[in-house]
Each structure stands twice: as structure tokens, then as C-alpha cells.
Design a binder for this molecule. Structure first.
Ligand code: KG4
Ligand code: ZN
Length: 475
């Protein structure tokens, strides 16, 4: 039977004698089925009428019911099965099938068709996925829809800045309660924005840590229960990995994840400077998902230092953007702040001294004028940025890597970007400002990369307020 005739016959048929080459087979599956291949050298097929078959020699695990039901449903048409070395872990994402109720009892072994050949396919294609990304690690509720073929379809962000402003920092309990209020309306909002419904989702990615326990719990329980209800996978994402990958989201339309993933691979190796409100880390990235920490802050994070200095200057929260704005009018020569830990070897940081220096300067001046505030902001920003630039240069020299990715809230700082670009003999890559600070898109994107590679987890809800990046599995 030819491939063309097989199309009309319904589900896949290959003659017993056929020893099909990989490419030929890939073409065959593409012609006939809409979910041709999984990414771990396997094959999952569904025909035009929604019947489905997973072909696997190795591991059916929880999918055996689906497999059984598929055989039952399709037994009239199947004359042969091609078996592959397969472990189709994102099988549940195959939209049309997940609502079918399939029962192992339905399987009649009399109807199992002939096994024709066993073959292992290399990675060829990803099946498309629509991922809902949920960020609730701190004081921003971020939702986004990332489609692996069509790119970022919708985003919504609710910032709790006003809620926490009067306290000069994030109040964890208030943060959690506000996430509870916003998460459902924002989910509805992104779905409406993209003209999608819950039933279109293929997976949910949520921030599982690090972050505030209560805030993480809101996102993870919502994600897990929604995923369970929809019968799709939910995957916990490391917040700092999401930041780190955000600059790799290709701008513009239609960045399919396979291409994104390939382009991200092309960027390797790189050094990443992760600078947020909770973290300051230099990370060597030789493979996506496998991170070695070159250095980190021993006390305050860079963003935290910006926030504390802003508070001392009577500026609002978050302090980073406010210091940056004031610094524009500041005199760069009036004050010189220290560059902590740059006079000794190593890649660790310490920013708490900068805060003390700011405090002493403020106390010496007494009543601050507008110009005093601008001058101190300028001196602070120059010192913080210089420190980061010096350590980045060292990290690039030490690793002999020529590419630097900067990510996290502080990477939105224009002066930092300009200094890194001007002073380093390396390509500097960063995300658009909206993707530097916390957002749902970066979580959806990191989730898409991992879910398409077959990542999965059990149903338990286990947020990790502390979670070393070095514990992550390679993507
Ligand atoms: O990544 P992010 O949104 O949240 C965390 O994961 O912590 O980072 C927030 C931090 C805040 O400390 C904020 O002051 C800082 O990023 N930030 C900036 C700028 N925009 C945000 N710091 C310096 N310059 C900026 N333009
Ligand atoms: Zn963050």
C-alpha cells in the first residue's frame, strides 16, 4: 500500500515487509497525521478524525490507558503498527484527545495489529503547543500565552507597587492575597486577548520558586488544579531560569519554539548576569538548563541595593527605575561611592556597603535638595554599575566566553546596558524592558522549551522558596 492510499485507509498502515528509512517515515507521518513526532526519538500519531495512537516499545506508564483506548478506537482500520523507541511524555497535550475517556478494559488483544518494524527516530519535529505562563513569585501577577508556532499571543501584568508603596517594600501576606484576587481575571484576560479558550491550552508553566512562599503557593495551586481539570501537564519553572531565558525570546512574530530553542542553542556558551531584587549571580551557561554559578552576592542583591538607596533618598518603591531617573540630572563628579569587592580577585558581590555609604552621605548632608538627591543617585548608580561591569569582564575572561546575557529587573537599567556594551569585548544580549522585570511571558517561554522536551512532574504542589539553579535538569 502506498502512503497516499494509507491516508484514505484511516490510521497508519505499512506493509509488513517494509524497512522504512527514517526520512521516508517522517514524510509518511507528516502526510498522514497531525502530531508527527515527539522530541525524544519517538512518534505519536493521530489521524484526521481524532483517533490516536502512541507507538512505543519502552514506556507506556500512565499513558497505557490512552494507548489501549486508541487501539480500541482504531482497530477497524489499523493493519499494522510501527513501533518506535519512544517515550512520548507530552502526549496529553494532544488537544483533541485529552477529553476522551479511555479504559484499559476496552482493549481487546485480539485486535492488536501486526507489529511491523521497530525503529528509532532521531529528533526531527516538535508538535505545536499553547502554554499558559503564570508568574506569582513576588509582587507581580503575570499571565501570558505563548504559542510555540505563533509566538507570544497575549500578556497581562498586574503590579502590586501601589499596594506595597506605603511600606517601602513588599509585604508577603498582602502580596499573596492580591495574587489570589488577580490570577483568575488575568487568565481570562489573556485568553480573551488571544481569542482562545481554556480547552486550547496544551500545558501550564508556573513559577515554582524561588520567591515568597505564599505568593508561590497561589500560582502553583492555581496552575496545578487548572491543569488537572483540563487534563494537561503543569510544570514548575525556576524564576531565575525564566529571567535568564527571557532575552532569548525572539522579538517579532512567529518565533516557533523549535527555532527559538535552536537559536538559544546557537547562543551557547554564554555568561549570564542575573540581577534582580532577590538575586545577583554570574552564571556560566554551556548547555541550556545546566548552570554553574561563578559568583553571587554575599549580602544584598543589586536590585535590593537600588531599592534601599532609593528609600534613603525618599524615593518610592521599586527604587531602581527611580534612582535611574534621578541620576540623569546628577553630577557624576560630586560624590564617589566605593566599588565593593573589586579590589580583590573573585566573582562574588557585596552591595550592603553601598547602602551604608548612601546612608552616611545622606546623614552628612542633612536636609536634601533636589540636586543632592540627583547627585547621590548618580554616584550610587555609577558605583553599582561599575561593580557589575568589572565582575562581568572578569567572568568573561575567566571562562573565555564572548557572549554576555543580562537578565532580571536591574538589566532594564540603561546605564548598565551602555557601560557593558561600551566596555566589554563581548556581545551583550538583553530583553526588552518589559521582559526584564517579572512577567508571565518568560515563564511561558521557559515552560514551552521544557514541556516540548518532555519535562513532566507529579501532581503534588511543592513550591520552593529557595531553589538553587544548579539543581535544574538540562533542557
Ligand atoms: O526581576 P525583578 O522584576 O523581580 C525580582 O525577581 O526580584 O526585579 C526587580 C528589581 C527591583 O529591585 C527594581 O528596583 C530593579 O529590579 N529594577 C531596576 C530597574 N528596573 C527595575 N534597577 C535599576 N534600574 C532599573 N531601570
Ligand atoms: Zn524576578
Amino acid at each position: 500500500m502506498t502512503f497516499a492510499r494509507a491516508r484514505h485507509a484511516g490510521l497508519g498502515y505499512l506493509p509488513q515487509s517494509s524497512l522504512v528509512g527514517t526520512l521516508e517515515l517522517a514524510r509518511f507521518s507528516l502526510e498522514l497525521f497531525d502530531v508527527p513526532l515527539d522530541c525524544r526519538s519517538g512518534l505519536s500519531l493521530s489521524d484526521c478524525r481524532g483517533l490516536f495512537i502512541e507507538l512505543s516499545t519502552t514506556n507506556f506508564r500512565q499513558y497505557s490507558r490512552l494507548f489501549a483506548g486508541s487501539l480500541k478506537a482504531s482497530q477497524r482500520n489499523i493493519e499494522g503498527l510501527v513501533l518506535f523507541d519512544s517515550n512520548v511524555r507530552h502526549i496529553l497535550s494532544c488537544g483533541r484527545l485529552r477529553r476522551r475517556s479511555l479504559h484499559t478494559e476496552d482493549l481487546s488483544f485480539n485486535h492488536i495489529p501486526r507489529i511491523i518494524s521497530a525503529i528509532s527516530l532521531p529528533f526531527l519535529y516538535y508538535s505545536p503547543m499553547l502554554i499558559l505562563g503564570i508568574e506569582t513569585s513576588c509582587d507581580e501577577t503575570g499571565l501570558a500565552l505563548f504559542d510555540t508556532q505563533r509566538g507570544l499571543l497575549a500578556e497581562a501584568l498586574h503590579s502590586q507597587v501601589d499596594l506595597h508603596a506605603q511600606f517601602g517594600g513588599v509585604v508577603p501576606e498582602l502580596a499573596s492575597r492580591d495574587h489570589v484576587r488577580k490570577i483568575v481575571p488575568l487568565t481570562r484576560h489573556v485568553l480573551a486577548q488571544a481569542s482562545c479558550s481554556l480547552g486550547d491550552l496544551d500545558g501550564i508553566a508556573y513559577t515554582a520558586g524561588p520567591g515568597l512562599m505564599g505568593a508561590l503557593l497561589v500560582g502553583s495551586s492555581f496552575a496545578k488544579s487548572l491543569a488537572l481539570g483540563l487534563g494537561i501537564p503543569a510544570l514548575g519553572i525556576h524564576h531565575m531560569e525564566a529571567h535568564l531565558l527571557a532575552p532569548l525570546i525572539q522579538p517579532g512574530a512567529k518565533p516557533d519554539t523549535a527555532r527559538n530553542s535552536a537559536q538559544a542553542q546557537d547562543m551557547l556558551p554564554f555568561v549570564a548576569l542575573l540581577v534582580s531584587g532577590g538575586h545577583t549571580q554570574l552564571v556560566e551557561v554551556r548547555d541550556l538548563g545546566s548552570y554553574s554559578i561563578l559568583g553571587e552576592s554575599l549580602d544584598d542583591a543589586a536590585g535590593e541595593a537600588f531599592d534601599k538607596a532609593a528609600k534613603l533618598l525618599g524615593l518610592g518603591y521599586p527604587g531602581g527605575p527611580q534612582i535611574a531617573a534621578k541620576a540623569l540630572a546628577g553630577d557624576p563628579k560630586r560624590f564617589r561611592f566605593p566599588r565593593p569587592m573589586t579590589d580583590r580577585p573573585g566573582l562574588d558581590f557585596s552591595f550592603s556597603g553601598l547602602k551604608t555609604f548612601t546612608l552616611n552621605t545622606v546623614e552628612k548632608l542633612g536636609e536634601l535638595t533636589e540636586q543632592d538627591v540627583a547627585d547621590i543617585a548618580r554616584a550610587f548608580e555609577m558605583a553599582a554599575v561599575d561593580t557589575l561591569v568589572i565582575k562581568c569582564r572578569r567572568a568573561l575572561e575567566q571562562t573565555r566566553v564572548k557572549r554576555l546575557v543580562i537578565a532580571g529587573g536591574v538589566s532594564a537599567n540603561d546605564y548598565l546596558r551602555a557601560q557593558l556594551q561600551g566596555q566589554l569585548d563581548a556581545e551583550v544580549i538583553y530583553a526588552p524592558p518589559a521582559l526584564c522585570t517579572d512577567n508571565g511571558a518568560m515563564v511561558a517561554f521557559a515552560g514551552a522549551l521544557r514541556l516540548q522536551q518532555g519535562a513532566s512532574e507529579d501532581l503534588s504542589i511543592k513550591p520552593r522558596p529557595r531553589w538553587p539553579m544548579t539543581e535544574l535538569q538540562p533542557i
